[in-house]
Design a protein around this ligand. Sequence first.
Ligand code: UD1
Length: 342
Amino acid sequence: MNSKILVTGGTGYIGSHTVVELQTAGYEVIVVDDLSNSNIDVLDNIEQISGKKPAFEQFSLADAAKTDDFFNRHRDIAAIIHFAASKAVGESVQLPLHYYRNNLVSLLNILDCQVKYGISNIVFSSSCTVYGQPDKLPVTETTPRKDAESPYGNTKRVNEDILQDAVRAYPQLKGIALRYFNPIGAHPSALIGELPLGIPQNLVPFITQTAAGLRSELLVFGDDYDTPDGSAIRDYINVVDLAKAHLVAIERLLQNQNKTGYEVFNLGTGNGYSVLEIVKGFEKVTGLKLNYRIVERRAGDIEKIWADTTFANQELGWKAEKGLEETLLSAWNWEKRVRGIR
Ligand code: UD1
């Protein structure tokens, strides 16, 4: 069986963890990344963990000619996991055209090449952002999607539609969209993790950078939500658990178990935690005191969301295994290694 997997965005946060899982399971991986938000050194760290450095090419999949040339040279790719995308919610409001061009055109270019070169299988990185603030919790895959709150969120929604329509039109195509809840943490080796450029927008990197002394305080956005402690609730999932779900999705596609052609899965833990619970949990596992202050709500934030993971449990046989404390500790160990803290 041909087992060469293309991972776009494979030097990024979720991508690098997924490359490790694929290689550990025996797959041959080729990474394409434009390195706009990641570092080439990640490949060496992937090698340290999994014993193998993946093949690598640097270009943007939004470039149609380069993408075509790549697939023309790699006709033996069995499946694609498409992570490569711009992902900062706030930035997408400032630079909507960049977000639409980069995120939509790259998927279109890939799908064009799949049809042209006969590559059937693709796994697409989607997000729970497509649900907006759901009317009912937890959310299942059939919970109606809502209008996106940002251009970034809209690119996820539109890309899901593009994939679904392409699968309908070309029976040889098979696609799985994975809707991630909030990925956090790092590989237990602390060799790979999330390294945001500039000031982190996401909660856990902001917490670990504050604890490391890079930021003076964490701002907790809102304590007047309709939740037990007033802060907003999310479903935080360990990035290694998330990466493992990609391996299962790839195997489902390669073994032709995806009967409808296009499928969607929620990837979360099924548990919701508030911002303040995350802060307290971090303080507990690290023994550190975090400097934080409660401020106004952040524009565009929803109040609460967590996943119903029944479909992924049943169909993929996948379930998040790591607990919150272990995950927060892995995030801290990663931050410590990156900053040289003992
Ligand atoms: C957002 C996107 C999600 C995207 C993810 C990655 C939405 C609804 N969600 O998730 O699709 O994949 O970013 O970029 O668009 N918080 C603080 N202080 C901080 C940072 C965050 O209190 O300094 C709070 C937020 O208000 C929120 C929670 O922590 O309640 C999680 O925030 P964040 O990590 O940014 O993720 P989301 O906004 O849930």
